[in-house]
Structure formats: structure tokens, C-alpha cells
Design a protein. Structure first.
Length: 230
């Protein structure tokens, strides 16, 4: 199965982060407008509803679909997969539910409210459909907002992945592991062997093994017969 390269993964992940940030940022703006803005007349109500409708049409829906599409690519074309990790499954379930609920419920409620402010701006505050949709948006905006932040944190923390359950090997298993011995080179017994004695073993043009001894800050090169090489 085709997999994304490291560069491709970085690009897709970058677009996924951008779409998620846009989705959350637009959701924060809509929550603030919905809870903070208190229009007192039909003109102010029309301005608020128009702003909410524009944010929903041009930010929320494209960002949600972009996040869903890039997440699909990351699960399909990377080792993360769809069902290998429980946090990925939870993230997918929440993302699909939020996207469907936003497109087929929140957006129609908001559009209906915006249409009422255009057709009947003066009587919008007394319109039953307007008040019902406003109440539905108010009670559903909070859970959607919390779910967005929950998705961000489980993407960063990655819970239920078993990552923290990995422990270091026990002492008994470490002692039972055989240790590979380093093969000796001829002429290394006088000063020991390995990096502790500062010995190295390059090969000369004649095929002889050259050993280097470091002593007193001076490096002397000798051959296998322990004779210095000039």
C-alpha cells in the first residue's frame, strides 16, 4: 500500500493543523458573538446574524471538511492507521459526529435565523422559529466548543496508546543477555584494547596494521611488531 514520504506527511500534517486551528478559531468567534452580542434592534440583529452566517459558510464548514480530509490522508497513507490506536478511533468518531451535526443541524438553524432577520427584521425577536433555533444554538455551542479542544489535546497527549507502559528491561534480563566480545588485534595486549587505551587500527599501504598509542598528549604510530612508524 502506498505511504506518504516524510515530506508528504509534513505537508499533510501542516494543512491538518491549519484547518483545525481555523475550525477552532471560527468556533470561538461564533460562540462570542452568540453569547456576548445582545442586539437591541433589527439592524443590530441583522448585522450579527450576517456575521455568523459568513463565518459559518466561509470558515467553519471549509475548515471542518479540510480537517476531515487531511485526517483521512494521515490515517490512510501513514502508519497511524484507522483502528490501530484507541485515541485515533475516538478522534475519528468525534470528528465525524461534529462535522455531520454542524453541517446538517447547526448550519440550517443558523441560516434559518439569518433568513428571518431579512424577511421579518422587526418581528424576529417574537418569531417562534427564530427563538427556538437561537436556543438550540446556545445549548449546542458549548459542547461543540469543548469537543474541539478535547480533540486537540488527545492529538497532542495521545492517551490510551500504551506509550507510557513501556518499561526498561529488568536487571535479570539485562544480565542474561550475552555480551559480544571485541576481537583482539595483534599487539594490543601491551596497552589494552578499545577506546579506553586510545588505540586505533588503520591499515598501511603495505597491508600492515598500524596501531596508535596516545600518551602524554603525544600520539605515536606503531606497527604490529611494536616498532614506531616514521
Amino acid at each position: 500500500m502506498m505511504k506518504l514520504s516524510a515530506t508528504g506527511r509534513a505537508w499533510v500534517k501542516g494543512f491538518h493543523i491549519v484547518c483545525t486551528c481555523a475550525w477552532i478559531g471560527a468556533g470561538v468567534c461564533m460562540c462570542l458573538l452568540n453569547f456576548v452580542a445582545r442586539p437591541n434592534n433589527s439592524h443590530d440583529l441583522y448585522v450579527v446574524m450576517t456575521a455568523l452566517k459568513l463565518i459559518d459558510d466561509w470558515m467553519i464548514i471549509p475548515a471542518a471538511l479540510g480537517s476531515l480530509f487531511t485526517g483521512l490522508l494521515l490515517s490512510w497513507l501513514t502508519p497511524w492507521g484507522f483502528f490501530k490506536w484507541r485515541w485515533v478511533v475516538v478522534k475519528w468518531v468525534l470528528t465525524i459526529i461534529m462535522t455531520i451535526f454542524g453541517i446538517f443541524y447547526l448550519s440550517p438553524w443558523l441560516h434559518e435565523m439569518a433568513d428571518i432577520t431579512v424577511t421579518d427584521p422587526i418581528g424576529a425577536f417574537q418569531n417562534e422559529a427564530f427563538l427556538t433555533n437561537r436556543w438550540l444554538l446556545s445549548i449546542s455551542g458549548g459542547p461543540m466548543f469543548v469537543a474541539m479542544f478535547f480533540l486537540v489535546f488527545i492529538s497532542v497527549i495521545k492517551p490510551w496508546s500504551g506509550r507510557n507502559k513501556r518499561t526498561a528491561p529488568s536487571r535479570s534480563s539485562a544480565q542474561s543477555t550475552p555480551i559480544k566480545e571485541t576481537p583482539k588485534l595483534e599487539g594490543t595486549n601491551r596497552w589494552g584494547r578499545g577506546q579506553h587505551s586510545g588505540l586505533s587500527a588503520p591499515i598501511s599501504d603495505s597491508g600492515d596494521i598500524l596501531l596508535s598509542r596516545q600518551q602524554g598528549g603525544v600520539t605515536t604510530q606503531i606497527n604490529s611488531d611494536h616498532q614506531p612508524v616514521v
